[in-house]
Design a protein around this ligand. Structure first.
Ligand code: SF4
Length: 206
């Protein structure tokens, strides 16, 4: 039994969780598994393997400091060795490039090439995004799933990842024509960059 399952069973047995709400949770879990099956069935497309698509997707949505092999491996829940092999393949296909990471002066910064960006735009999961965005409750669904993911990461003691607006390091600028500010990077953050996944994300920072 996984850690969060043990916790849920223990809380129910101590009367801390209402059994009806637990069954509602089971239904949500079942729905998520069924959705994951549909997503899995669409992951092979354009001559790329699922993990190759996951990397293109990540590089499209991660900020400058987070586009490094180590954090990519953490995000995908895999080893650096596996990521390294896949990066070599993507480089040979002309979809990504590597350069020295100016942020820490040591590591590697991964970038999509123009061909990589075009390929990422034909993501087989785009259909899922389109359907979600067209739903009346799409935004609320996104909020709920983000919250669920955060709680599961906490229970599993996994590194959280997220974007500026949910991060304790973020200082929002009220004036529309001025950049926001990140107090851990100690630099301005453009409105566009606030939507990107970040390595230094910390929802509990004060
Ligand atoms: S505010 Fe948080 S998420 Fe945004 S760049 Fe800074 S550390 Fe990253």
């Amino acid at each position: 039994m996984l850690g969060y399952e043990r916790l849920a069973v223990s809380r129910i047995s101590r009367g801390l969780v209402d059994i009806k709400s637990f069954h509602d949770t089971i239904d949500v879990a079942d729905l998520l598994v069924r959705l994951a099956q549909i997503v899995r069935s669409r992951r092979h497309s354009g001559g790329l393997r699922p993990v190759q698509w996951e990397i293109l997707r990540y590089l499209s949505h991660a900020n400058r400091i987070s586009r490094c092999p180590g954090f990519l491996a953490l995000y995908l829940g895999t080893t650096r060795g596996t990521v390294s092999q896949t990066l070599i393949t993507l480089e040979k296909k002309g979809l990504i490039t590597r350069e020295r990471n100016a942020f820490d002066g040591r590591g590697t910064l991964l970038n999509l090439t123009a061909k990589g960006r075009r390929t990422a735009a034909s993501d087989p999961l785009q259909e899922l995004r389109t359907v979600t965005e067209s739903m009346t409750g799409g935004a609320a669904l996104g909020e709920g799933l983000r919250d669920l993911l955060g709680q599961m990461q906490k229970l599993g003691d996994l590194k959280p990842f997220g974007v500026c607006r949910d991060c304790g390091h973020f200082h929002q600028e009220a004036e529309a024509d001025r950049d926001h500010f990140c107090d851990t990077l100690n630099e301005p953050v453009s409105e566009e960059d606030t939507h990107l996944i970040c390595l230094e994300f910390n929802p509990e920072a004060t």
